[in-house]
Each structure stands twice: as structure tokens, then as C-alpha cells.
Design a protein around this ligand. Structure first.
Ligand code: ADP
Ligand code: GN1
Ligand code: MG
Length: 363
């Protein structure tokens, strides 16, 4: 479909292209491994940037280059070894650009990190390592001397997501309102509480920091020899936000005993061992700079993201399924109900979560 060899030829690659093969299980970008024909020369990862989701590619690339340059500088300063496997390195085009536009799509190339592996399945062991690495990632970026743009405007803005839901309800484009009324009522009961982060921020009690904003375990590379974390990847959503995004979205995606779209609500609930492992790792990585308001609200962060995703799936269902890909007509409603069940389970565990976090901080 795309002339990958010609596209790869636009970049300043070291060596010669032997082959270009589809790579990874990413849902947003299309990735290909460029296999080098010359022994000792690096392989590369070619990516087609998802321009439909990331509308401002210039801003996106500026953000990513600022982030990777900063991390590289800091790792160098603290005498870290093997830095080429610990931070992504992007390759420029022949004319010095950070990506190539073929008239339809934007493409970029980075070095392929050798002897690395990413995991699709979460375990307590990899959640703990991921928590620590995402926490450290935030710390490394806490003194970034460059203002990052929002690559998806209002991405994790709860007030905005609720507005979108209310607009969808008012328009009721496909006549689904009656079917969702009970769920909407339960969401509205929690609306004020769930917008707590935005209020704390306006009151000067909660900072915005540089966050990853897509903290899934497959957005982390591990050393295939030692099992240690190498590198945080998938930097498209790195932008200013509340640390609740990084903590809460990992909880939402990983600490669920069921599936995100589980039709059997009995299977859905907070996965306590994953909660414990990720929280332990995250506080080890980030605990040194988080404020008491941030730490104290981590259980809220977990609830906020299950809630936000309920709102987003439900709004998409009411709008007639225009954003998320669906596999069957009620898919978005099933997803919304499963996320709401996860939220209820998190609410039931809030006291226990708070005690666990207090124990980590004091001990
Ligand atoms: P998406 O936004 O589609 O999720 P990612 O940037 O996360 O795209 O890349 C998809 C997959 O490709 C990752 O999960 C990882 O397995 C692999 N990958 C990404 N970057 C590299 C790299 N520099 N070296 C080796 N593998 C990589
Ligand atoms: C989307 O496609 P994926 O899984 O990387 C969405 C996330 C949601 C998630 C829900 C850019 O991410 O915010 O949490 O679906 N990403 C975007 O599964 O909207
Ligand atoms: Mg990814």
C-alpha cells in the first residue's frame, strides 16, 4: 500500500535497508522494523503517525524531540550506562526535518532498541517495574525548560469530557437516550466529585506536570536479557497534565480483573495485586517530588479514570459510535457499563487503597 523503501530512503539511515517488516501491536500508529543489511549497523523503527488523532504533527514532533533530548542530557549527567537503549533517538530526513510527508501521511524514524521486549500482558512484577519507570519518567521531565503543547487538546479534561457527554445527550442523534438514562443519572451524581482535579488546579493546589498520558505496560521496553526496564516509549501523548493521568490510566487498564469491554460484569473489579504492585513502584519512582495533595488523591485518580472512560464510551455510544472502533452495535455501551462496574469496585476499595498508600509513605 505504501512504498516503504522509498519512504525509508528519505531518512539519514546508517547502512542499507535489507527489509521492512510490520512490527508491534500498537493501536494508534503503524510501525515497521527496518532491518539493516550491514552487520553492526542499527535497525530502525519506521512509524506512520496517526494524523487523524494527532492533528498538529509539528507540535507533536517538537514535543517528542524536546522530551528525548532532555532525558538524554539528564541520563548523561548522572553517568548512566547504555543510554542509547534508555531513551528514544529520532533520525532526521535528508533536509534535516523530523518527519517526512508523502502527500498523504506523515512518517518518522527512530533507532530500533536492540535486545528489547514489550509485554502485552500485565503481571504484578512488570506493573511494579512499570510504575517505577513511569514515576521516574515524570521526575526526569520535571525541569524541562520548554513548554510542551497539548497534542490532543483537553485530552484528560474531565469537565470537557462531561460537556461532550451532555451535548451528546441533548442532541440524541440516534435515539439511544432512553436506554442509557439510568447510567447517566449515576454519572451525574458523581460529576462534581470527579472534576475535583480541575478545581484543585484552579485553586492553586494541584500542579500540572509533564505526564506520559498513555501509561500502558506495552509502552515500556524491557531488557530481554535481564528483565529490567530500558525505556519509556510511545511519547505522542506526553504533555502537561495531572499526575493522576499516569497513575489512574494504568490502574484503569491494568488493575481490572475483567476486560475493558467485559460483558460479564461479575468478572470486572479492582485487581488488588496489580494495584499494590503499580502503586509501590510508582511511589518509589515519583514519591520524592509528589505533593501531599497528589499522593492523597491517588485513589481518586483511579476512580477518575474509570469514570472518565465510562463517560467517553457512553458519549460515543449516544453519538452513534463515531470515535472508537466497535465490533458489534452495543459495544460502546458494554464498554461503558464495564468501566462503570470497575469504578464501583474502586469506590468500594477506597479506604483500603488509602491505608495501603499511607503505609507505603510512612514505612
Ligand atoms: P502505538 O502508538 O501504535 O502504540 P508505539 O510507539 O507504542 O505505537 O510502538 C508500537 C510497539 O513497537 C511498541 O509496543 C513496542 O513493542 C515497539 N517499539 C516501539 N518503539 C520501539 C523501539 N524504538 N525499539 C524497539 N521496539 C519499539
Ligand atoms: C484509546 O487506542 P488506545 O487503546 O491506545 C484512547 C485512550 C483510551 C483508550 C480506551 C487517543 O487508546 O485515551 O483510554 O482508547 N486514546 C485516544 O481503550 O483517544
Ligand atoms: Mg503504544
Amino acid at each position: 500500500m505504501h512504498n516503504l523503501k522509498e519512504i525509508a530512503g528519505q531518512f539519514r539511515l546508517d547502512g542499507h535497508v535489507h527489509d521492512i517488516i510490520p512490527f508491534g501491536n500498537g493501536l494508534i500508529n503503524d510501525s515497521y522494523r527496518i532491518v539493516n543489511a550491514v552487520p553492526g549497523k542499527p535497525d530502525y523503527l519506521l512509524q506512520r503517525i496517526n494524523h487523524a488523532i494527532f492533528r498538529n504533527v509539528d507540535m507533536l514532533q517538537r514535543n517528542i524531540l524536546a522530551v528525548t533530548a532532555h532525558i538524554r542530557r539528564k541520563l548523561t549527567e548522572c553517568g548512566e550506562q547504555d543510554i542509547d537503549r534508555k531513551v528514544l533517538e529520532f533520525i532526521t530526513t535528508a533536509d534535516g526535518g523530523s518527519c517526512y510527508y508523502d502527500g498523504e501521511n506523515y512518517w518518522r524514524v527512530m533507532k530500533f532498541i536492540p535486545r528489547s521486549v514489550s509485554y502485552e500482558a500485565v503481571t504484578p512484577a512488570n506493573s511494579r517495574l512499570a510504575g517505577e519507570a513511569f514515576g521516574r519518567f515524570e521526575e526526569l521531565l520535571s525541569d524541562l525548560p520548554f513548554e510542551l503543547g497539548e497534542t490532543i487538546p483537553d485530552f484528560h479534561n474531565m469537565e470537557f469530557r462531561l460537556e461532550q457527554l451532555r451535548e451528546a445527550l441533548t442532541a440524541d442523534r440516534v435515539g439511544r437516550l432512553a436506554q442509557v438514562a439510568a447510567l447517566v443519572e449515576q454519572l451525574e451524581e458523581r460529576a462534581t466529585e470527579m472534576c475535583k482535579a480541575e478545581r484543585l488546579h484552579r485553586d492553586g493546589l494541584l500542579p500540572k506536570r509533564i505526564c506520559h498520558c498513555d501509561t500502558k505496560v506495552n509502552n515500556m521496553l524491557f531488557d530481554s536479557d535481564t528483565g529490567e526496564v530500558l525505556c519509556v516509549i510511545d511519547l505522542d501523548t506526553v504533555m502537561p497534565g495531572f499526575v493522576f493521568s499516569d497513575y489512574g490510566d494504568f490502574m484503569r487498564t491494568a488493575a481490572n480483573t475483567g476486560a475493558e469491554d467485559d460483558p460479564d460484569l461479575d468478572r470486572v473489579g479492582l485487581n488488588w495485586p496489580i494495584f499494590e504492585a503499580f502503586t509501590t513502584g510508582y511511589l518509589k519512582g515519583a514519591g520524592g517530588f509528589l505533593t501531599p495533595a497528589e499522593i492523597g488523591n491517588l485513589p481518586y485518580a483511579a476512580a477518575r479514570f474509570a469514570y472518565m472512560q465510562t463517560v467517553r464510551f457512553l458519549a460515543d455510544y449516544i453519538n452513534g459510535d463515531t470515535y472508537y472502533k466497535i465490533e458489534y452495535p452495543e459495544h460502546n455501551l458494554v464498554r461503558a457499563r464495564a468501566q462503570f462496574k470497575l469504578l464501583q469496585s474502586i469506590e468500594e476499595h477506597t479506604g483500603r487503597m488509602t491505608d495501603f498508600i499511607a503505609g507505603l509513605i510512612s514505612g
